[in-house]
Design a protein around this ligand. Structure first.
Ligand SMILES: [Mg+2]
Length: 250
């Protein structure tokens, strides 16, 4: 009996060994090399505004930035920002004057351009203005859900949203449609750049915030994915930098 069991065991082992070495299955394709280890450091430096004026994310970090945007990390990083913004807003003693506003950037803050970025290398390819305009004109940019959550909480608290974007005034109809269709149901103002304006985005946005303050508004908070959204006095009582390693706007 013991001999029979031993023979059976040897037969099974031999069969298993055969399947390992003689199955005829095609070899798996080689695993692509991991992204260079510095890609995460570049992203951190970008978010901290230590690298400025950059045109594209390093080309050999294409897989890294794609994985970051399409994976869980981008959402988690965004949630940390939004949770902090919500906690800050909830901590305030508001006057209820109707003049307390929160400034939101639009692209990559209220609305996502990730569907466009997916077709253009997530930031490792040079910016293509014509194609980007086509994306905006489609009016189907999805809401960034964290920002929508902040927006809804601010409405509950009595803080009025102001959208301030470097989209141009000829895009007001499609931008309005896109915001409404994604759940941004009302706002105090939607401020777009005049066509042909020659100043930087930062100068334009700073000027518009100053007009708000001069008109008696109190900018409770200001959130954008670019440093040019949140730098320049009056910035607002607090600013929040939404993550974006895909492009840089001065
Ligand atoms: Mg933006």
């Amino acid at each position: 009996m013991a001999t029979a069991r031993l023979l059976l065991l040897l037969t099974v082992v031999a069969a298993a060994a055969g399947s390992c070495f003689c199955s005829g299955q095609e070899a798996k394709p080689p695993t692509p090399p991991p992204p260079p280890p510095y890609c995460g450091s570049v992203r951190t430096a970008v978010e901290a505004h230590n690298i400025i004026g950059w045109k594209t994310f390093p080309a050999d970090c294409a897989k890294y930035v794609a994985d970051y945007i399409t994976g869980d990390r981008y959402g988690r990083d965004s949630d940390v920002v939004i949770n902090e913004a919500v906690a800050y807003a909830e901590s305030l003693k508001l006057s209820g004057s109707g003049k307390e506003v929160w400034v939101f950037d639009v692209d990559e803050t209220a609305l996502s351009t990730v569907p466009y970025q997916a077709k253009h290398g997530y930031g490792v390819q040079p910016y293509d203005h014509a194609n980007f305009l086509q994306y905006v004109a489609g009016g189907s940019a999805p809401a960034l859900q964290g920002t929508l959550r902040l927006y809804q909480r601010l409405l509950q608290l009595g803080i009025k949203p102001v959208f301030l974007t470097d989209r141009t005034e000829d895009q007001i109809a499609i931008t309005t449609h896109n915001l409404l269709s994604q759940g941004y149901s009302s706002w105090e103002k939607l401020l777009l750049q005049p066509i042909g304006l020659q100043t930087s985005t930062q100068a334009f946005k700073t000027s518009e915030r100053k007009k708000l303050v001069d008109a008696g508004y109190i900018i409770i908070g200001n959130i954008g994915d670019q440093w040019s959204d949140i730098l320049g006095s009056p910035e607002g009582c607090r600013t929040f930098k939404y993550p974006n390693p895909m492009y840089y706007v001065a």
